[in-house]
Ligand binder design. Structure first.
Ligand code: FMN
Length: 330
């Protein structure tokens, strides 16, 4: 069986190992929402540290989809040049890079966007927050278009692919989850209806970037709250998104955020393993994976094709080298 340091090809991209830097917001964009020197240095350091793939932090696709004040945005063409510098700098280290695209929906605040946040329904997240305004069908189509335009810009900037953010209680997760989608129209009611918006986002992005471009989806495979998406739903959603054109499924969960309380090492490994059995594209797993031994076991056991190392990689940019040493490798 392959291990953590076995190379892998995913949708035409050659990765030197199975270690992924998952998207992690730095909140260090320029005042114009663009790429700063600090951000470039941050990712180049991790590329030099030996990761196989970098997924850049969530980047908002239209102004009312912003999550935080200094978040990256790619909602207009003027922003492309900064992103090109970022992609070029990472590529110079021989590492492929993906850009994560997001709309925060009701996980943002009126303070952050200057208007009432929007969502599938006028229902706040289970943890509270503001009561959002329900999106109209016309507005839903505008957001789909914004995802597609941002993906077009990411491709122009030289990224090897984009990841659509469908987890952690952001807008696509809000549509997919029965806890936050109470719509009675074609964008609600049942699984097919609740997934209609995320699927249309994927399809419009795919139509815009073409059949060869690499598309990942960060899948909220388990809301971890009673009445929300369960792993059985997660498996069904995984099948739907792969049918719609997703080439790599990045399995995560948690409707109220990416780091649920009482997180255990390898938190989303069981979900990834279930999903991996149901689909035939590569699967990424995540969740408090901090040692080379655990990461290597996950790959050798066939539970996932790639492992994402989040906070451990923020602490130690050379985590891959540390892990190799721990495993007794060069
Ligand atoms: C500071 C920070 C920012 C994050 N930002 C994002 C993000 O932009 N997009 C996303 O999908 N997940 C985000 N996450 C979640 C991580 O990608 C990852 O799933 C989570 O930290 C669990 O992995 P870990 O235990 O290895 O850190 C963030 C996590 C942290 C710690």
């Amino acid at each position: 069986m392959p291990g953590l340091f076995s190379p892998i090809e995913i949708d035409g991209l050659n990765l030197k190992n199975r270690i992924v830097m998952p998207p992690m917001e730095t909140n260090r964009a320029t005042p114009e929402d663009g790429v700063s020197d600090w951000i470039i240095d941050h990712y180049v350091e991790r590329a030099r540290g030996g990761v196989g793939l970098i997924i850049i932090e969530h980047t908002f696709v239209m102004p009312n989809g912003r999550f935080s004040p200094h978040q990256l945005g790619l909602y207009k063409d003027d922003l492309v040049s900064g992103f090109r510098q970022l992609a070029d700098a990472i590529h110079a280290e021989g590492v492929p890079c993906i850009l994560q695209l997001n709309h925060a929906g009701s996980r943002t605040t009126t303070d952050a966007i200057g208007e009432q946040p929007v969502s599938a329904s006028a229902v706040s997240l289970p943890t509270g927050g503001e009561v959002p305004r329900e999106l109209s069908t016309v507005e839903i189509l505008e957001i789909e278009h914004a995802f597609a335009s941002a993906a077009r810009r990411a491709k122009e900037a030289g990224f090897d692919g984009v990841e659509i953010h469908g987890a952690h209680g952001f807008l696509l997760n809000q549509f997919a989850s029965p806890l936050t989608n109470k719509r009675n129209d074609e964008y609600g009611l049942d699984m097919a209806g609740r997934m209609r918006f995320p699927i249309e986002v994927i399809q419009e992005v795919r139509d815009t970037v073409g059949p060869e471009y690499t598309l990942l989806y960060r899948l909220g495979a388990d809301d971890m709250i009673e009445g929300g998406i369960t792993i059985e739903d997660g498996v069904e959603i995984a099948r739907l998104i792969v049918n719609a054109g997703i080439k790599v499924v990045d399995v995560s969960g948690g409707l109220i955020g990416s780091r649920p309380p009482d997180m255990i090492p390898g938190q989303f490994v069981p979900q990834a393993a279930r999903i991996k059995k149901a689909i035939d594209v590569p699967v990424i797993t995540v969740g408090l994976i901090t040692t080379g031994e655990l990461a290597d076991d996950i790959i050798r056991d066939g539970d996932a094709d790639l492992v994402a190392i989040g906070r451990a990689l923020l602490k130690d940019a050379n985590w891959p080298k540390t892990a190799a040493t721990d495993l007794g490798l060069e």
